[in-house]
Design a protein around this ligand. Structure first.
Ligand SMILES: Cc1cc2nc3c(=O)[nH]c(=O)nc-3n(C[C@H](O)[C@H](O)[C@H](O)COP(=O)(O)OP(=O)(O)OC[C@H]3O[C@@H](n4cnc5c(N)ncnc54)[C@H](O)[C@@H]3O)c2cc1C
Length: 395
């Protein structure tokens, strides 16, 4: 008889784990508060960047090499190409310097045999005409990578999980853990249902500390703005791939990054990978402030003048489950048996979706992998560093 695992949270962490655990013979139940995809979930979005550009972090870069081939495999077998390999550009207003995100990423791409092209001001303007001429002086184009339709990915994962025999229950918010004799035996939902299992995985993104308060020392919810602009038809093509691709503009210093025109929605997404603001995901309003909008407009007016007056179709304040070192937390609760947490995305985990399920299933089964140590349950991390593309400026 197969062991039962309960997964609380059907974002990309929970759903990817459900498929791998099911394939390894577990009896899997997933519960989620929302309709799926949950509108406030971090995974539910038009697009997320898929890059192997990780500065001096070889481990994430190597894992992304593997993930990229799996994304392509999914495009080929899933019947729906959710991953758009437009390539990516990481550009700078200054000459690239050793130790900097762009320089270290470029060097490592080349070392891995990736045909990344170094670009200075003229070719940047000639090839990527959405940028103001001369705005960027240096950078590179990496043909590997691009973006994925993350909301549609969640829809596809829910369907695949159900098809594989995973029980996916919507509108079941886990509000407490069932515990006996120092062991976690499942969770109770807000409407009083009990979901029992020999192992419980808490993968509730930024909401995870609400069910596992001991995590709140090392995982906090931070809000980050997303802006969706609708360019007019006469300029839209300047922001469509290949004339415009997934980009970062001195991302580790400014936080600004974005995407090409969405082929179906006709929208250009711009976002900010910065410090964000600490929020309570349960109660705080998810509002992008006027000053955040003003900061975005000032950047766009200077860097992409053709978009300066594009109507702002909508904004979104999306949440990271933020850790100080920017690494995920995929590990068992050190104080009680029967509970594992899978969270700590820090704003950069979705691109690893094709491997997330294995990392979580390995932790469930006590198997080590290349990331076991890095994703350990940890508290009191010395300094706030974050992953290498992360800027700490606030907008
Ligand atoms: C603005 C922004 C931009 C980003 N850009 C990128 C990017 O370009 N590239 C990239 O790789 N990553 C990016 N990320 C990160 C990526 O979105 C996350 O790493 C990933 O989506 C996290 O998935 P998750 O499953 O942990 O959380 P979520 O997707 O948030 O899922 C958590 C789920 O838990 C459920 N839940 C909550 N409370 C309960 C409860 N009590 N009971 C049951 N279920 C519950 C929710 O309904 C939700 O469905 C970005 C994130 C943000 C916020």
């Amino acid at each position: 008889m197969s062991e039962r695992v309960l997964i609380c949270g059907a974002g990309v962490f929970g759903l990817e784990a459900s498929l791998v655990l099911r394939a390894r013979g577990w009896d899997v139940q997933v519960i989620d508060e929302g309709p799926l995809p949950h509108p406030l979930a971090a995974s539910t979005d038009l697009s997320k960047a898929v890059r192997m550009d990780y500065g001096d972090d070889d481990r994430y870069a190597d894992a992304m090499l593997e993930c990229l081939s799996r994304w392509r495999g999914r495009n080929a077998t899933w019947g729906d190409a959710l991953f758009h390999e437009t390539g990516v550009t990481y550009l700078s207003r200054e000459p690239l310097r050793e130790g900097g995100f762009e320089h270290e990423s470029f060097t490592r791409l080349r070392a891995r045999g990736v045909a990344a092209e170094r670009l200075d001001a003229e070719p940047i303007h000639r090839r990527f005409s959405g940028w103001r001429e001369g705005y960027h002086r240096d950078g590179y184009f990496n043909p590997v990578g691009g973006w994925v339709e993350s909301g549609r990915l969640v829809e596809a994962l829910v369907a695949k999980a159900r098809h594989a025999g995973v029980t996916v229950t919507e509108r079941a918010a886990a509000v407490s853990l069932i515990e006996r004799g120092g062991r976690v035996l499942g969770a109770r939902s807000a409407d009083g249902r009990s979901f029992e299992a020999s192992l419980t995985v808490c993968a509730m993104g930024a909401w995870t500390p609400s069910l596992v308060p001991a995590l709140s020392e090392s995982v906090r919810a931070t809000g980050h703005p997303v802006f969706l602009l609708r360019p007019s038809l006469d300029v839209a093509q300047r922001f469509a791939a290949p004339a415009f691709v997934t980009w970062g503009s001195d991302i580790a210093r400014t936080g600004w990054y974005g995407f090409p025109l969405h082929p179906r929605e006709g929208l250009v997404k711009i976002a900010h990978h910065g410090a964000g603001r600490v929020i309570d995901p349960e109660t705080d309003a998810r509002v992008v402030t006027d000053s955040q909008i003003a900061a975005m407009r000032a950047f766009v007016r200077d860097a992409m003048p053709a978009l300066a007056d594009a109507p702002l179709e909508r904004t979104r304040l999306c949440t990271y489950a933020d850790t100080d070192d920017g690494h995920f937390v995929i590990d068992r609760d050190p104080t009680r048996d029967g509970l594992l947490v899978a969270t700590g995305d820090s704003g950069h985990a979705l691109k690893f979706a094709p491997m997330l399920g294995e990392w979580i299933a390995d932790a469930c089964e006590g198997r080590d992998n290349d990331f076991t140590e890095r994703f350990r349950w940890r508290t009191g991390v010395a300094s706030r560093r974050g992953e290498s593309a992360r800027s700490w400026c606030e907008h």
